[in-house]
Design a protein around this ligand. Structure first.
Ligand code: 9MR
Length: 369
């Protein structure tokens, strides 16, 4: 008996230590390394490695990066004859140094345009803009940026084309032109059409028609980016699955490019990411200002698990799954569609601790293989 006690103590300590260290060394990118890239969206501070702890988390967990904001045209091309690549150079260097898959977001988007771009009123000027903009940026990062969101959010919810400054000046042709220009500047880069809510039936029909048309007119489209700004109860797994199947039947890769799951009440049952939609806040609309109750934490974990279970089922069709941010504190969902709320949409909390959602994603792989 005298000898058994210390022996038992040693064994349990060993077990505890090995479990903890296993958890601490496991990572999303390693768990899913044979399935698809696991990406994240980086803020300017993260690109500039302002916080060391955050940086080690990024390098440990993710093998693909997107710039959350700094590669949007208002930052890269602030004036007609002026480009600013200071931060995007750092972003690309960061990805290269850490051997990550580097995704460019985004070339042609109606939002976050520089003010001078909004004023382009005729087709000659718009054509010249597109040519210069796409050619300059894509050529600069030729062979370095692996894939591009060539066109972002060109569709309305009913599947028709959004009345953007591009459509107004050039008509539908701007879509194929953009893909042709990007392919010419870097023939090896993978070119994506990226949008939110394109797993919803009507918008999906529009996205399929759009991709088919660009291809039929000689544009190279390699993939579709389903953003994935989702909710706890919608979209259904069935609609997501239908989308994966229908898009991949077009011969394109499917990526989930901006995944997050809001856990907060939704005014007017809002879906997607139309950033012009804003609402007044109230305590009722911000129910978890201090911490997320266990019951919702569990729901979030279950939701992530069922989504990733589906992704694994179709891993042969999926190229990348990128979370829209590294941790909850950084998420745009703290400010949309109501400013100043506390949301919990990602696998890591604001203190960089992994949540049950994270554990559920690792567990899925443990039980599978
Ligand atoms: O997360 C981005 C947020 O910081 C910006 O304020 C916002 C402004 O446009 O853009 C957010 O990212 C969007 C992405 O670029 C395109 N799809 C929707 C995303 C969430 O709005």
């Amino acid at each position: 008996m005298k000898f058994i006690k210390p022996y038992l103590f040693a064994v349990t300590t060993l077990l505890a230590v090995s479990c903890t260290s296993q958890k601490e060394t496991a990572s999303l990118k390693d768990a899913y390394k044979n399935d698809f890239y696991i990406g994240t969206a980086l803020s300017a501070d993260q690109i500039e490695v302002k916080k060391v702890k955050e940086d080690s988390l990024i390098r440990k967990e993710f093998n693909a990066i997107t710039a959350e904001n700094i590669m949007k045209s208002m930052y890269t091309h602030p004036e007609k004859d002026k480009y600013d690549f200071a931060l995007s150079d750092k972003f690309v260097a960061y990805g290269e140094k850490n051997k990550m898959f580097i995704h460019g977001h985004t070339l042609i988007w109606h939002s976050q345009l520089a003010p001078w771009m909004e004023k382009i009123a005729d087709s000659t000027e718009m054509k010249a803009f597109m040519q210069d903009h796409i050619n300059t940026i894509v050529s600069k990062y030729k062979g370095k940026i692996n894939s591009w969101d060539v066109v972002n959010e060109a569709l309305n919810e009913d599947g028709t084309l959004r009345q953007s400054v591009f459509l107004k000046t050039l008509g539908e042709k701007y879509l194929v032109d953009a893909f042709k220009l990007a392919a010419k500047a870097d023939p090896k880069a993978e070119l994506y059409y990226n949008d939110y809510n394109i797993e919803e039936p009507a918008k999906r029909v529009g996205a399929i028609a759009l991709i088919k048309k660009i291809k039929a007119e000689g544009g190279k489209v390699d993939g579709v980016g389903i953003q994935g700004h989702w909710r706890l109860n919608s979209p259904s797994i069935e609609e997501i699955e239908k989308s994966i199947l229908e898009y991949s039947a077009l011969g394109v890769k499917v990526a989930f490019t901006e995944l997050d799951i809001t856990v907060l009440p939704n005014p007017w049952d809002l879906k997607g990411a139309e950033i012009s939609q804003k609402f007044e806040g109230s305590a009722k609309m911000n129910p978890y200002p201090k911490a997320l109750p266990d019951s919702i934490q569990n729901k979030l974990a279950e939701r992530y698990a069922s989504i990733f279970k589906l992704f694994l089922k179709h891993k042969d069709k999926i190229s990348r799954v990128t979370f829209w941010g590294v941790h909850d504190g950084q998420s745009w969902l703290n400010d949309w569609p109501i400013k100043g709320r506390t949301n919990y949409p990602l696998p890591f909390d604001k203190d960089l601790r992994h949540k049950k959602a994270y554990d559920s994603l690792l567990k899925l792989k443990e039980t599978k293989e």
